[in-house]
Design a protein around this ligand. Structure first.
Ligand SMILES: Nc1ncnc2c1ncn2[C@@H]1O[C@H](COP(=O)(O)OP(=O)(O)OP(=O)(O)O)[C@@H](O)[C@H]1O
Ligand SMILES: [Mg+2]
Length: 244
């Protein structure tokens, strides 16, 4: 283990980690519809560093989901560049893109997106099926993660038998199972009451501090954005202040 070494207050406080770019977005535009179309992202520049716990905030329709979907390689940019850990995503083949997503990224959604007929444990294990991880290891890793989010006792429950906050904890465990270096969470607290939402964002904050995993989330809620170590605003697909 750590042999009694003094832990920094937060891994993200380590100056060396602050230098490493996890995500870089340059002059990014996303145009929907027929020409001239509608610019959901309109020349966005953003650098996200390893260990960031970053909130993207802005009114409804400002482009938060579009930006997270672009960074998550779910949507392609119309122009501009996206780099993840230095890889220019635009130039990757579909297979390489799928591999990058499954190996490096974890996703958390506003509506939890759990599979209703699977138990909490099976939902958490699911991403490992696609990666041919042996059954025993799958199970062990999933149980450990359910323990980490305080849900070990609920392993055999289906989502219907869980509260909203518990469902989101299962979704967080599922997002972590591939040991991602970047977690993307689009309004992860929007369907939760204020207290539960705060607990969920604090769980993510603890995870960020403890493991150094980079987390980008979006929110409208000032109480939630205050938990982030960095807040970036988006408005009409633009970032008024440069994203560093
Ligand atoms: N597939 C699409 N086709 C056309 N327009 C789209 C599409 N997806 C998003 N848009 C438009 O792009 C803009 C940004 O949408 P986006 O979903 O990114 O906003 P948001 O900030 O996430 O909003 P909310 O807070 O309501 O979730 C909106 O005006 C939306 O209507
Ligand atoms: Mg959205």
């Amino acid at each position: 283990m750590d042999m009694g070494e003094r832990q920094p207050a937060a891994l993200s406080d380590l100056p060396i980690l602050r230098e490493i770019q996890m995500v870089s977005v340059e002059r990014a535009s996303k145009i929907y519809g027929e020409a001239p179309g509608f610019a959901a992202l309109d020349g966005v520049d953003l650098a996200v560093y390893k260990g960031d716990f970053l909130a993207i905030v802005g009114p409804s329709g400002s482009g938060k989901s579009t930006l997270l979907n672009v960074i998550g390689c779910i949507e392609k940019l119309s122009s501009g560049t996206l780099r993840i850990e230095g890889f220019a995503v635009n130039s990757l083949s579909p297979d390489a893109l799928a591999e990058l997503r499954s190996a490096k990224l974890g996703f958390i959604y506003q509506t939890f997106n759990l599979i209703p007929v699977l138990t909490a444990l099976e939902n958490v294990e699911l991403p490992l099926y696609r990666r041919n991880v042996p059954a025993r290891e799958r199970r062990q890793r999933a149980i450990q993660l359910l323990r980490d989010v305080g849900l070990e006792r609920f392993a055999s429950h289906t989502p219907r038998m869980l509260s909203g906050g518990q469902r989101q904890r299962v979704a967080i465990a599922r997002a972590l199972i591939n040991r991602p270096s970047l977690i993307l969470a689009d309004e992860p607290t929007a369907n939760l009451d204020r207290k539960t939402g705060l607990e969920i964002i604090q769980l993510l904050g603890n995870l960020n501090r403890r493991t150094g995993v980079t987390i980008i989330f979006s929110t409208h809620d000032p109480h939630i954005m205050r938990q982030a170590t960095r807040v970036i605003e988006i408005q009409d697909g633009r970032m008024p202040a440069p994203g560093r």
